[in-house]
Write a protein that binds this ligand. Structure first.
Ligand code: ADP
Ligand code: ZN
Ligand code: ZN
Length: 742
């Protein structure tokens, strides 16, 4: 047996894996992630490294392979736990060990840590006054200014002194030599949390909140670790619950990670954590510079941080003694990495927690089917918050049948009811949000008269219209010519939905002249902090109506919003993947949750062509359980997750014919290895976006009852791909339980 070892855990050197033989006394002892000592280089210097894998065959002359000397003294350091996590990620999601290591290990700093210098007075006040007198007497004005300044405040920032007091370096040196002052230098580790004066907001917990915290704490303090799902309606006080749980864990000397999707990670949220945990909170997000990120890692290493907040990647914060990982909005698709390794932060958090003896708390108003399924199985513990904390009531929700509007001759995007309600709010000087639900929209075709949607006869997902006049299923590749007339009712109002946020803005301005309108979509949020700027302008009531895509349903509380309009709720309903109903339910619930967050009661209007669809009906009633039951029926019937497990294999290449042939070969291979019928193979077919920058794409799906069968299949496919030169020019990626397959 041989061990694959990486020598230095610096990002630049990760590409080098060295093979060492394992002496008999270490056989069966070494594990992935363990730190070992090996001879390295020409001089065979004793160097430490980490085991990242094992192999049975030598990559070159076995006589030349050196032997592992032994285990390192200080084993199970934080790095080795992260290496072990990387090994888990590689096995569970595919890709190489190096890709996995690059994901979990912090980038090492290239620039030096910035230093902050301070000038400190060493004399007593009396002595200093005496010195000041001497300087004044000798007419040494600069020295006098410096002394007077330090008498005022005995320790001051170096740069401030040189600037404010206009004192030059030689003057400071002269006083330093005489023992009057000293210049101290410390590392300046920037803390990106800019608001220093956050105040802690004391709340009296509701009974539900109290019960959730105690249930968690009873386990935790009794040494029981587990995974919990806080299912709480928007505004039920989940964040307060997380903070209390974190506070208790931190008190025991351990640390916590809080994952929040980037889009929901507003200053409002960070401030609340800051108010509670002060300087011992840090944040990692994509807006930080590389240097600032390194500073945060360094602060963690020095034990200056107890709570790290951030999106997906904050999960790998190198805390020495992690006690709790919170995953807020656990249903968010952003938790799935779109790059190899395509890991899901929820599952990876649970895996890391298992390795560290930590607990995981998931939270959502609309839990993912996966998470709720695990609660039903008893693997996660369910903690419910059914009421809003500050005793605001939940909004009233109305659905408007857009087919009826068409019958009455209203062909506009806005229903008459919604128009009337907007007029009413504008008169009352209350605010309105209009939400265009475009997530995952992939050109489905529907009838505006009867709501009929053209679907694949084999997969029960909608077909996508393509410019060449054909309609395609992006799961199995089924094709048919596009339809000009509704097969159900014969109407000619059948086609794709074309309006975007820009058109809606124009329309709203025309219908409600004089209203102040803000628009939030990819175009208007491109600048730095663009997202934040629009939201705070709306929060400051600088506009009456905010129009936007799914971006507007997250984050800020707008107490003056009393009406939320959902335009075309169906757009996400018929996106061509198996999660479209779930996404729709989540988006509608979340959009509704924006209404009535203040004292005034809120109302929600959902416009749809399919008011009878269960995801719209249950969202309108805010009935999660009802939705879950219906949706699970569909998942079970079709064998989609979480009822079964799904593996997508992405193939990309510049030669379309070659790519298609290779995809077929891979399919045939999976059919060959399908012993006992554990796998079912679907496709290959072209995804909705079939070509990106001249690279063609194909996708192959494999379903199985159990995840481990898919891992086996992946491992065999990886070997097959490695051995066959026909795949050399292609990029092949594995995507377990895929979220985005357009
Ligand atoms: P969620 O995360 O579930 O949306 P939050 O924790 O953000 O809920 O709470 C929503 C609002 O209610 C916040 O303004 C919060 O300060 C307030 N809040 C939370 N818990 C209580 C409580 N027990 N009493 C009063 N107000 C509360
Ligand atoms: Zn029709
Ligand atoms: Zn199909």
């Amino acid at each position: 047996m041989y061990a694959d070892i990486i020598i230095d855990i610096a990002h630049e050197k990760l590409d080098q894996v060295f093979q060492y033989s394992i002496p008999s006394e270490l056989e069966g002892v070494l594990e992935v992630g363990m730190e070992v000592v090996v001879p390295f280089g020409k001089s065979n210097k004793e160097t430490s490294g980490y085991v990242v894998g094992f192999s049975e065959d030598a990559d070159y002359d076995p006589k030349k392979i050196k032997e592992v000397l032994g285990r390192a003294e200080r084993s199970m350091a934080i790095e080795s736990r992260l290496v072990a996590l990387a090994a888990w990620i590689k096995e569970y999601y595919g890709g190489t060990m190096i890709q996995a290591l690059r994901t979990v290990l912090p980038v090492k700093r290239k620039e030096r840590v910035q230093k902050k210098r301070r000038v400190r007075l060493l004399l007593s006040e009396e002595e200093a006054k005496k010195q000041l007198d001497i300087c004044l007497h000798k007419n040494q004005r600069a020295r006098a200014r410096l002394l007077a300044g330090l008498l005022d405040q005995p320790e001051q920032d170096y740069d401030l002194i040189t600037h404010k007091l206009n004192v030059a370096l030689p003057v400071i040196r002269a006083l330093e030599e005489r023992g009057i002052l000293t210049v101290v230098s410390e590392d300046l580790l920037r803390n990106p949390v800019r608001y220093k004066q956050a105040e802690r907001q004391e709340v009296q917990f509701t009974r539900e909140q109290q019960a959730a915290v105690e249930s968690f704490w009873q386990d935790y303090s009794g040494g029981v670790r587990g995974t919990y799902l806080v299912h709480g309606v928007t505004g039920s006080g989940k964040t307060e619950v997380y903070m209390e749980m974190i506070g208790r864990v931190v008190k025991t000397g351990r640390q916590a990670i809080v994952l929040i999707p980037e889009i929901a990670l507003t200053y409002q949220t960070v401030l609340r954590f800051y108010g509670r945990f002060g300087d011992r909170v840090s944040i990692l997000n994509s807006r930080l510079s590389a240097g600032e990120r390194c500073d945060q890692i360094e602060r963690i290493r020095r034990g200056e941080v107890d709570v790290m907040i951030g999106p997906r990647s904050a999960l790998f914060a190198p805390f020495p003694d992690l006690g709790l990982i919170v995953v807020d909005e656990e249903h968010e698709p952003a938790y799935k990495s779109e790059k190899v390794p395509r890991y899901h932060a929820r599952e990876t958090a649970i895996s890391r927690a298992g390795m560290e003896g930590a607990s995981v708390v998931l939270g959502s108003a609309t839990p993912s089917l996966e998470a709720f399924y695990q609660c039903r199985n008893g693997r996660y513990k369910l903690l419910e918050l059914k009421n809003r904390a500050a005793s605001q009531s939940l909004p009233d929700v109305y659905t408007v049948d857009m087919r009826e509007e068409l019958k009455h001759g209203n062909r506009s995007i806005l229903s008459d009811r919604l128009k009337d309600m907007i007029t009413d709010r504008l008169q009352k000087k209350e605010q309105v949000m209009l939400f265009l639900n475009r997530r995952g929209y992939a050109g489905f075709v529907s009838c505006r008269s009867c709501g009929y949607v053209v679907k694949c006869p084999h997969c029960d997902v909608s077909l996508s219209a393509h410019k060449n006049g054909r309609m395609i299923c992006h799961y199995c590749g089924y094709e048919q010519p596009s339809v000009k007339q509704c097969p159900e009712c014969g109407s000619e109002y059948i086609g794709g939905f074309k309006a975007g946020t820009q058109q809606i803005e124009d329309l709203v301005k025309k219908i409600f002249p004089g209203s102040r309108v803000l628009r939030m979509d990819l175009d208007t949020t491109r600048s730095k902090d663009g997202h934040e700027k629009i939201l705070s302008a709306f929060a400051n009531e600088e506009a009456d109506i905010l129009i936007g895509t799914q971006m507007i349903v997250k984050g800020h509380d707008f107490p003056n919003v009393t009406l939320v309009g959902v335009l075309a709720a169906d757009l996400s309903l018929y996106s061509n993947d198996y999660q479209s109903a779930e996404r729709t339910f989540q988006l509608l619930s979340q959009a509704s949750g924006r209404a009535g967050r203040g004292r005034k009661k809120g109302e929600v209007v959902i416009q749809t062509y399919s008011p009878e669809h269960y995801s719209i009906q249950t969202a309108a009633k805010q009935d999660y359980q009802g939705f879950y039951e219906e949706e699970m029926k569909y998942r079970r019937l079709m064998g989609y997750p979480p009822a079964a497990q799904l593996l997508a294999v992405w193939l990309t290449g510049s030669d379309e014919e070659h790519l298609k042939k290779a995809a077929l070969y891979l399919k045939e291979f999976t059919v060959r290895i399908n012993k006992g019928g554990r796998l079912s193979v679907i496709g290959p077919s072209a995804p909705y976006v079939s070509k990106i920058s001249d690279q063609y794409r194909q996708i192959l799906y494999i379903k199985s009852a159990e995840y481990r069968f898919l891992i086996e299949a992946k491992n065999l496919m990886e070997q097959y791909i490695e051995m066959n030169t026909g795949f050399d020019s292609l990029r092949i990626q594995f995507d377990f339980n895929p979220i985005n397959t357009t």
